[in-house]
Design a protein around this ligand. Structure first.
Ligand SMILES: *Cc1c(COP(=O)(O)O)cnc(C)c1O
Length: 403
């Protein structure tokens, strides 16, 4: 097969889809009005803003569009939810519960709240497939607990958490639930009312909208202070002239992502499963990270013993395949991923992990191409590995069993 280009890193970001770009273009060109002004041109922008808010509210099953606040990113939505609830509910308590496998947008915000603002944080353990331990959640809630924050679907290993059950536990104890749904939106069904979610973070660039636009859903009645002070935008809670082109793009993208989800997953899930099965068949000493079921469509994560994830990525890149090891945010650092540590992987094999995340434009030929390139690359890296040589010489036992 000749050289192809295969983008298999959709959990890191996605490209803006044509319909989204088309919808955005007028607001980058002639419709540049500031929605806060009063003339007709401004009203056009204001109407576009409110239409997008409706689209987002519908896509997540919100009761009202007034529960949706646009932000500059998923990271900002996460920061706002945690810092805002901590501030608004200080009279009730200072305890926040989250999990060991959150995105850094949650974990580093929690570290800040703990070190600088006097919060008490509990990091719930997960099981070997990355699911939050519900018994641990029940035990962790105290009279001081004000918020539980749980990732809906894990960006590194694809695990889909039982959000509805988690919400029931929280509400029994009168505690608010925030959900980081950045990976979930457009990939699995999300309905904030049906699932019992109080706050929910989203990010446009994970579902084919541009980068630099996100949103926070805040259920009516939940107190949340302003995050950016200034003008009256976003009902005085998030000042700054709105990113109208980005917001319009996010509205169209979320509508399309949700409308097409079922049909897209009918092709994506079999492609994912074929990739998983073929890697297990063709590459010895390979371990699937995360569950087989209840995992994001298109999401594959493996550890390969005796090799370094970074060298694997470089050789895949030379073959035209974009992939990542762990999350994009941790690549470039030498620490093994906190998610792989939390599911109990030993350091040695956590370092040799590979994440391949397929999206709407991937085809069966892409999977064929990955399976043509990946096994010989892994083989080549092993041939250069002193650890593999030790094993071949009978000096060490492998951690992952040969299939
Ligand atoms: C990408 C991601 C974020 C951050 O979103 P940005 O818009 O890139 O800031 C937060 N949480 C999860 C789970 C993500 O995958």
């Amino acid at each position: 097969m000749e050289q192809r280009f295969v983008y298999a890193d959709h959990s890191a970001t996605t490209g803006v889809r044509p319909e989204v770009l088309e919808a955005m273009l007028p607001y980058l060109k002639e419709e540049y009005g500031n929605p806060s002004s009063i003339y007709k041109k401004a009203r056009t922008a204001k109407e576009a803003l409110e239409k997008a808010r409706d689209q987002v509210a519908k896509a997540i099953g919100a009761k009202s569009a007034t529960e949706v606040f646009f932000t500059g990113s998923g990271t900002e939505a996460d920061n706002w939810a945690l810092k805002g609830i901590f501030e608004a509910y200080a009279n009730k308590g200072n305890h926040i519960i989250t999990t060991a496998v959150e995105h850094h947008a949650i974990l580093h915000t929690c570290e800040y709240l703990e070190k600088v603002r006097g919060a008490k944080i509990t990091y719930l353990p997960v099981d070997s497939e990355g699911f939050v331990r519900l018994d641990a959640l029940k035990d962790a809630i105290t009279d001081e607990t004000i918020l539980v924050s749980v990732i809906a679907a894990n960006n590194e290993i694809g695990t889909i958490n039982p959000i509805k059950e988690i919400a029931e536990i929280c509400h029994e104890k009168g505690v608010l639930l925030h959900v980081d749904a950045v990976q979930a939106i457009g990939n699995i069904p999300i309905d904030v009312q049906e699932m019992g979610i109080d706050l929910l973070s989203m990010s446009g660039h994970k579902f084919y909208a541009p980068k630099g636009v996100g949103a926070l859903y805040v259920k009516k009645g939940v107190r949340l202070p302003s995050f950016i002070h200034g003008g009256d935008q976003e009902r005085k809670k998030r000042a700054a002239t709105e990113n109208i082109p980005g917001i319009v793009g996010m509205g169209v993208a979320i509508e399309l992502a949700v409308a097409e989800m079922e049909e897209r997953n009918r092709t994506l899930i079999p492609l994912r499963d074929r990739l998983i099965n073929e890697i297990e068949e063709k590459i010895p000493f390979a371990k699937l990270n995360g569950p087989r079921e209840k995992r994001l469509p298109g999401h594959v994560n493996f550890s390969f013993e005796f090799i370094e994830g970074e060298s694997l990525l470089l050789l895949l890149d030379m073959a035209g395949i974009c992939a990542s090891s762990g999350s994009a945010c941790t690549s470039g650092s030498l620490d093994p991923s906190h998610v792989l540590m939390a599911i109990g992987l030993p350091h040695e094999i956590a370092h040799g992990s590979l994440r391949l995340t397929l999206g709407r434009e991937n085809t069966a030929e892409d999977v064929d191409y990955i399976m043509e390139k990946l096994p010989p690359i892994v083989e080549r890296l092993r041939e250069m590995s002193p650890l593999y040589e030790d094993y071949l010489n009978g000096n060490t036992q492998p951690i992952i069993m040969k299939k």
